[in-house]
Ligand binder design. Structure first.
Ligand SMILES: NC(=O)c1ccc[n+]([C@@H]2O[C@H](COP(=O)([O-])OP(=O)(O)OC[C@H]3O[C@@H](n4cnc5c(N)ncnc54)[C@H](OP(=O)(O)O)[C@@H]3O)[C@@H](O)[C@H]2O)c1
Length: 302
């Protein structure tokens, strides 16, 4: 078996590439930066890495040739949300033509039921994030691949590492994380290494065919996340909660606040017991922070 991996130089693709390699499965990928350290690291693992772009059909055809599996994972473009769907459809169509039989698509929490998010609007930031993924989920279900699986990961634990940590306002620079979440909000957190691990299993194990799986290792409140971060960094960190009035004023102009409001409603999609029934023992935030200690210390040193 050989698998075309989207974004193998990135977080999710890098994780699945590692687990596929451990299973002895050849990885094929394209990158816009073929000389980067990450590209070289992938080649050292035995991956076939060529220069390419999702908008360059020739590079996709060349990399997909002889692949029987596809890990699909697109990146959003908020200026042009349609492009995620155009690129995803292109990749699925070319994969089909190349003889790919198994597709694993990494989407996101709530993509299948965005109306359950109280603040959801199709034209808002969250709409632009979720609806292209919803269109691609439909393609994956209906394009007639022999086997397909949809994974819906929760909020990445890697968001607490540089450079993504900027989304948690004040956390690193001021030691006081100012958030639109409430004290009661529980956030479904996922270690992206688990997305790779589950994705690699889904590509190789028939029981995942036709399954749509929310992936979160833990549901944590802000205080619980701060407690783990204090333990891991030794810093005096705390959280402050925006008032509903402040949130109203900021949500209209700050997409991060709009996204946080949506995330208030994400816990309803998590089913940790069901995940366990699948035999998926997903990692905790504490374990993630220990494993990534070096990056955590670098991120939180001021
Ligand atoms: N962060 C979260 O909490 C979260 C939660 C759920 C879902 N998600 C979703 O996760 C996805 C992002 O995944 P990620 O974090 O693994 O991505 P990432 O680390 O940002 O990496 C992006 C990857 O995509 C590749 N790429 C981007 N544009 C490309 C193009 N035009 N042609 C070819 N390759 C291209 C990049 O390759 P090169 O740069 O090497 O070309 C890179 O490998 C998004 O759709 C996001 O909505 C994120």
């Amino acid at each position: 078996m050989s698998v075309f991996v989207c974004g193998a130089t990135g977080t999710q693709g890098g994780a699945i590439a590692k687990y596929l390699h451990e299973k002895g499965i050849k990885v094929h990928t394209i990158t816009r930066t073929p000389l980067s350290t990450k590209s070289q690291h992938l080649r050292a693992l035995g991956a076939d890495v060529i220069a390419g772009d999702y908008d360059n059909e020739a590079s996709l055809r060349s990399s997909l040739a002889n692949c029987t599996g596809l890990f699909l994972n697109m990146v959003p473009d908020f200026q042009n949300p349609d492009i995620e769907v155009i690129r995803g459809r292109r990749l699925l169509t070319l994969a089909k033509e190349a003889g790919v039989k198994h597709v694993v698509y990494s989407s996101a929490f709530a993509v299948n039921e965005p109306h359950k998010i109280r603040t959801f609007t199709p034209t808002g930031f969250v709409g632009k994030l979720l609806l292209p993924k919803q269109a691609l989920e439909n393609e994956v279900r209906t394009m007639g691949f022999e086997r397909w699986t949809i994974m819906r990961p929760g909020s990445f634990m890697t968001n607490f590492l540089a450079p993504m940590v900027y989304i948690y306002s004040g956390l690193v620079d001021k030691g006081c994380w100012v958030t639109a979440w409430t004290k009661e909000t529980k956030i479904p957190l996922v270690d992206p290494m688990d997305i790779g691990r589950v994705g690699a299993v889904a590509l190789t194990d028939k029981k995942f065919h036709g399954k749509e799986i929310e992936i979160a290792g833990e549901l944590l409140t802000v205080e619980e996340m701060v407690k783990e971060l204090v333990k891991a960094t030794g810093r005096d960190l705390k959280a402050a909660y925006l008032t509903e009035e402040e949130i109203k004023a900021q949500a209209a102009v700050n997409p991060l606040v709009e996204a946080q409001l949506a995330l208030r409603d994400m816990a309803q999609f998590a089913d940790l017991e069901k995940t366990k029934e699948w035999g998926l023992d997903l990692g905790t935030f504490e374990r993630f922070l220990k494993r990534e200690n070096e990056k955590v210390m670098k991120t939180f040193s001021i």
